[in-house]
Write a protein that binds this ligand. Structure first.
Ligand code: ZN
Length: 255
C-alpha cells in the first residue's frame, strides 16, 4: 500500500485523464492520494474530486505565487471549503523567492493567514518553500506552527532536515529525489528520521527517473518510495507502509 501525499489531480496536463490516473494509481497499490489546491477555484475542484473518490483527500489553499488573490473575502470562502470532512489540510502555502509570482509581503501575509486557519480548524499545514528556507522557518516559529506540518517537495539540505526534525515537521520528497543530479537531496532524505518521511508526486510535475520530463501521475510515487527505501536500507513495501502511516498521522486519516 502506497500513499501520494501531494498531487494536483485538477492540474493534470491536456490529454491526461484524472479518472484514469486515479484508476492506474489504485492498480499500482497507491490507495491514498492527497490532491492540493493552488487557488480558490482549484481548491473547490479538489474537494469535488475527493468527494467522488474514497482514495482521494483534499487540501485547500492559495499557492504563494497566487498570494495576491488571498483577500479576506477569499480566505473566508476557503475556510468554508475547509470544513468539508474530506479536507485534511490547508495549503499549499509558504514562500517562493524563486518565482516571486506575488510580492514578498503579500506572500508572507497569506502564509500567516493560512497558518492561523490550519490551527483554528485543526488541519495539517502544507508548506511550499522555494529558495526561502530561513524565512519559512522564521514565520512558522513566529506563528507557532501547527502540530501537524509538512514540507512538501522538500528542497533543503540535511541542516533543514535537522530543523524540521527538532520541531516534528514532516518532510516530503518528490520525484526529483531520483534525479541523477540530486545527491544533496538524497543526503537530506537519508538524514530524515523514518517517522517523519513522506513521498509525493506533485503531479503533473517532477516525474521521477526514468520518466523525467514527462507528465507525472500518482502511480509513479512508487518510484520515489523505492528510492527512499534504498536510502533507508529497507524494501519498497516497508517504506510504503512507513510513509502511508506517516501520512495517516499527518492528515488524520482513518486507518
Ligand atoms: Zn504542489
Amino acid at each position: 500500500m502506497y500513499t501520494d501525499a501531494h498531487c494536483h489531480l485538477e492540474r493534470l496536463f491536456e490529454g491526461q485523464d484524472p479518472e484514469a490516473a486515479i484508476a492506474r494509481a489504485c492498480q499500482a497499490g497507491v490507495t491514498v492520494m492527497v490532491t492540493v489546491g493552488e487557488d480558490l477555484a482549484s481548491s473547490a475542484e479538489c474537494v469535488a474530486t475527493a468527494a467522488r473518490h474514497d482514495e482521494v483527500w483534499a487540501v485547500v489553499g492559495i499557492h504563494p505565487n497566487n498570494a495576491i488573490e488571498a483577500t479576506e473575502h477569499v480566505l473566508e470562502r476557503l475556510a468554508v471549503l475547509a470544513r468539508h470532512p474530506q479536507v485534511v489540510g490547508i495549503g499549499e502555502t509558504g514562500l517562493d523567492w524563486f518565482r516571486e509570482g506575488a510580492p514578498p509581503v503579500r506572500q508572507e501575509d497569506s502564509f500567516r493567514d493560512h497558518i492561523r486557519l490550519a490551527k483554528d480548524l485543526d488541519k495539517a499545514l502544507v508548506i511550499h518553500d522555494r529558495d526561502a528556507h530561513d524565512d519559512v522557518v522564521a514565520v512558522l516559529d513566529d506563528e507557532r506552527a501547527p502540530e501537524r506540518t509538512m514540507f512538501h517537495c522538500f528542497s533543503g539540505d540535511a541542516e533543514l532536515v535537522k530543523i524540521c526534525t527538532e520541531r516534528g515537521w514532516f518532510v516530503s520528497f518528490a520525484g526529483n529525489l531520483t534525479f541523477r543530479n540530486a545527491p544533496e537531496l538524497r543526503e537530506a532524505a537519508a538524514a530524515t528520521p523514518p517517522e517523519l518521511l513522506l513521498a509525493e508526486t506533485d503531479s503533473p510535475y517532477l516525474s521521477p527517473h526514468p520518466h523525467r520530463g514527462q507528465p507525472n501521475e500518482p502511480a509513479r510515487v512508487v518510484l520515489t518510495i523505492s528510492q527512499l527505501a534504498e536510502l533507508h536500507q529497507t524494501t519498497p513495501e516497508e517504506m510504503g507502509r512507513i510513509t502511508s502511516d506517516n501520512a495517516r498521522r499527518l492528515f488524520g486519516l482513518p486507518s
